[in-house]
Design a protein around this ligand. Structure first.
Ligand code: NAD
Ligand code: IPM
Ligand code: MN
Length: 360
């Protein structure tokens, strides 16, 4: 098959880890006789430096014309980087939110899985990590607090900031359906996470989720408040199959879930809409603290590329091959610094990419 992939390397460790994912995609293309064409666009801080804006309309048009987007990560140190002196809608993150909205990517899947060989990298006590776990966070991605009106105004002599949280029934219904469809192919359990004891948007969320649930009688549904969910993720992650939640809660809980697997450098993500198009990015950020050192873990990026093959290109065998190669490299004891424990072989970003290519 021939596919056009729009590549956004982004900032910080983005280019380092995306290069490893492209190495792996090239090896897959060779082995399975596919042709992948890559078109680079700029987004985030690098686009601000080049064009004065975090994402140009031309870049969006390029992304729209391809078959999928492979994204590294964007942004800099939010305290020290000059990008954060710009107005909010000119900062790196505004580019990411703009492309998600422009491409209609409302469904964000973030699978968190504990490799048995990485149990020692899991910070939980042995009794919890020994059970293993395998969950997918289904995060609504184009609504909620992120896309409501944001204002800061002076009222009665002081500044007052306002972030509007809006959800419509149709926005909730389409992501809930996606969550239940995914659960039907897994262990048939949906944990819907909200804050229905405080928020109207959460009460609407719970109502719509229970309506959608009627169409999936085989799926067990549980409603959980987000503060409890944060605690349960650490206490007993094995209880979760599909975690269905709104934009902001999904952002926070997915970082938490990643650490329970050992490292944010392991957590892939896919941002999807109703058709096969998608944008594939690790869940973590540009990690300015370790950028440029060739030490970042590229596995989240490579797993995201595997998700692209599976969800956008229907290449299940190729995606399986990448995941198996990663499992093998981990089983052989190779680790980047973030998951390294004494007795492992410590490797760099590019060495990890090479090892995965060699095991394909
Ligand atoms: P971060 O995820 O970049 O880093 C948090 C911690 O995790 C750091 O210690 C970092 O070194 C570590 N880490 C992250 N990825 C790693 C990897 N692959 N291997 C090893 N360690 C890794 O979060 P942050 O520091 O809060 O944010 C930094 C910047 O990234 C901010 O500008 C933020 O807005 C941006 N960000 C972008 C995205 C994205 O582009 N999708 C996602 C999250 C954060
Ligand atoms: C993520 C990131 C983004 C988000 C930021 C960079 C806007 O944290 O993809 O998880 O909050 O969605
Ligand atoms: Mn996040």
């Amino acid at each position: 098959m021939e596919k056009n992939i729009t590549v956004i390397k982004g900032d910080g460790i983005g280019p380092e880890v995306v290069n490893e994912a492209i190495k792996v995609l090239d090896a897959v293309a060779k082995k399975y006789h596919h042709t992948f064409h890559y078109t680079d666009i700029l987004m985030g801080g690098c686009s601000i430096d080049a064009y004065g804006v975090p994402l140009t309309d031309e870049a969006i048009a390029t992304a729209q014309s391809g078959d999928a987007v492979l994204l590294g990560s964007i942004g800099g140190n939010t305290t020290t980087s000059p990008w954060y002196k710009l107005p909010p809608d000119h900062r790196p993150e505004a580019g990411l939110l703009k492309i998600r909205k422009a491409l209609g990517l409302f469904a964000n899947l973030r699978p968190a899985y504990l490799y048995p060989e990485l149990a020692e990298a899991c910070p939980l006590k042995e009794s919890t990590s020994a059970k293993g776990f395998d969950m997918v966070i289904v995060r609504e991605l184009t609504g909620g607090l992120y896309f409501g009106e944001h204002t800061t105004k002076e009222i009665n002599g002081e500044l007052v900031a306002h972030d509007n949280l809006v959800y419509s029934e149709s926005e909730i219904r389409r992501i809930a359906k996606r969550g239940f469809e995914i659960a039907m192919k897994r262990r048939k359990k949906v944990t819907s996470v909200d804050k229905a004891n405080v928020l109207d948007s959460s009460r609407l969320w719970r109502k719509v989720v229970s309506e959608v649930a009627q169409d999936y009688p085989e799926v067990e549904v549980e409603n959980m408040l987000v503060d409890n969910a944060a605690m349960q993720l650490v206490k007993d992650p094995a209880q979760f199959d599909v975690v269905l939640t709104e934009n902001m809660f999904g952002d926070i809980l997915s970082d938490e879930a990643s650490m329970v697997t050992g490292s944010i450098g392991m957590l892939a993500s896919a941002s999807l809409r109703a058709d096969s198009f998608g944008m594939y990015e690790p869940s973590g950020g540009s990690a300015p603290d370790i950028a440029g050192k060739n030490i970042a873990n590229p596995i989240a990026q490579i797993l995201s590329a595997a998700m692209m093959l599976r969800y956008s290109f229907n290449m299940d065998e190729e995606a399986d091959a990448i995941e198996a190669a990663i499992k093998q490299v981990i089983a052989e004891g190779y680790r980047t610094f973030d998951i390294y424990k004494e007795g492992n072989h410590k490797v760099s970003t590019s060495e990890m990419g090479d090892l995965i290519v060699n095991r394909l």
